[in-house]
Design a protein around this ligand. Structure first.
Ligand SMILES: [Zn+2]
Length: 156
């Protein structure tokens, strides 16, 4: 039960250069609960956050190869004056069915005020995984708040 606020579209995607629509969903019964989504016209949903305290950017090559390790970098920017601690992970959506190893391994996260931290992950699709486009996702959990990022990933 959310109300959709007006969308802004003055941002550009760092990955592909397309316009990003930023929109906020407000809970109808609890106005303090909201989610802000950043959606690239080409890449799809990039970020889904409960507030503006953290900014997430998920970076990886656009294409992964079956059976080969691929590196993922999650950059977490702290836009507050307080240190933020939590846990983070990167995973391929439905990775357990696709035989992705190290999928969803948690790492501790500590981001000093007004700084950013890069966390690296290494994932690997099974040799038998189907060539297709998949969702590479990252999650940060800090003080019961859940921040999410996503980018599309081709498997060859
Ligand atoms: Zn894009």
């Amino acid at each position: 039960m959310f109300r959709l606020g007006p969308a802004q579209d003055d941002e550009r995607c760092a990955r592909c250069g397309s316009v990003i629509a930023v929109r906020t969903l407000h809970h109808l019964l609890d106005p303090g609960v909201q989610r802000t989504e950043r959606i690239c016209h080409e890449c799809g949903g990039l970020e889904d956050t409960p507030d503006s305290s953290l900014g997430l950017e998920l970076q990886a090559l656009r294409t992964a190869r079956r059976g080969a390790r691929f590196d993922v970098c999650l950059t977490v920017r702290n836009d507050t004056d307080d240190e933020i601690e939590g846990q983070c992970l990167a995973a391929v959506r439905r990775g357990s069915e696709l035989g992705v190893t190290d999928n969803g391994s948690c790492q501790p996260l500590r981001v000093p005020p007004r700084e950013q931290v890069a966390v690296r992950f290494g994932l690997r699709f099974a040799e038998t995984a189907v060539v297709h486009q998949y969702d590479l996702q990252a999650v940060v959990v800090a003080s019961t708040r859940v921040f999410m990022a996503r980018v599309p990933l081709w498997l060859r």
